[in-house]
Design a protein around this ligand. Sequence first.
Ligand code: PLP
Length: 396
Amino acid sequence: MYSNFKSHLEKELTNIKEAGLFKNERVITTAQQAEIKVSSGQEVLNFCANNYLGLSNNPELIDAAKKALDNRGFGMSSVRFICGTQDLHLELEKKIADFFGTEDTILYAACFDANGGVFEPLLTEEDAIISDSLNHASIIDGVRLCKAQRYRYANADMDELEKCLKIAQAQRFRLIVTDGVFSMDGNVAPLDKIYELANKYDAMIMVDESHSAGVVGNTGRGTTELFNLKGKVEIITGTLGKAFGGAIGGFTTGKKEIIDMLRQRSRPYLFSNSIPPMVAAAGSAMFDMMSKTNELQDKLHNNTDYFVKKMIDAGFDIKPTQSAICAVMLYDAKLSQEFAAKMLDHGIYVIGFYFPVVPKDQARIRVQISAGHSQEHLDRCIDAFTTVGKELGVIK
Ligand SMILES: *Cc1c(COP(=O)(O)O)cnc(C)c1O
């Protein structure tokens, strides 16, 4: 039975390798943080984690997790509605709602699940989902699970969105869906304009704040803070796996009735395990920290401004960014891979992206800045970019 399938898979895997798209995993032998060690023994500075606030290895969060581990055990062995809800889960849901200025929150094992389980329970074939073309894979999959009519507009293109909204007047309800920050360019969704159009054409809004929560806005409340729209969009989804500690967990937060319905009907919530108590407790400790001080957001914003300015001064072509993602444009796939390899020789871990992850001739190196980076870390990264950039003829 298996031998035909085995040779089929081997052929496919060879195709992936020959196309240069095979993903190898680099093995880290330390905690996730700015300075890491990889399995070769090399010590490198990490500029490709989503560890935007530097919390992945934060002592206060580890302490909160340890306490919950001792007091509340290792796992829940249950979905929420059978016996998988501790007070810790409810506390975290409330803190997430307070953070975003929303009415209620529902937790998931990951934001992938939050997005996978948000559309199908809420909308039917009578309704419309209008989605940005660069939305995350989990939104695309979630939309596929739902019978609503699908519309797609080019990234952040408000004329196209308006056209979709006009046609979608034929449907009963309309939901506009967008990432808050798009992960390849680091641009934010034009939520102010989306909000205007939503009002004009009677649509609701969902924003996935996975790359923006903790990062965008003066206090890291995300794109609704940046555009002064706190509490005004119907649905926000997000992850605990990026800025917010980086462990695991996702959430949907927003209007009360929407969250109530998701608790009744959202399949990844109903049929998948609760997050472990230690993750819930550490999450709560993290939101407590955010409500007490803005130190990490301030540091992240200063670090990002510093890095972008120095890189532009050095002569690099940097995509305009409003997040902690900084795309260093190289426009050549092979060059992006060579550049990233040489950066690693200099002890800097960054990733080169090229087609089909980004459009053809838009190859780049993506740098992700963290509040966990010191100025010395940033300077070492900029120095390495400058040296390699001169060596490869990217800058003068
Ligand atoms: C990372 C990411 C997700 C997935 O989050 P997980 O919690 O890791 O599943 C979903 N949406 C966007 C926009 C993301 O960037």
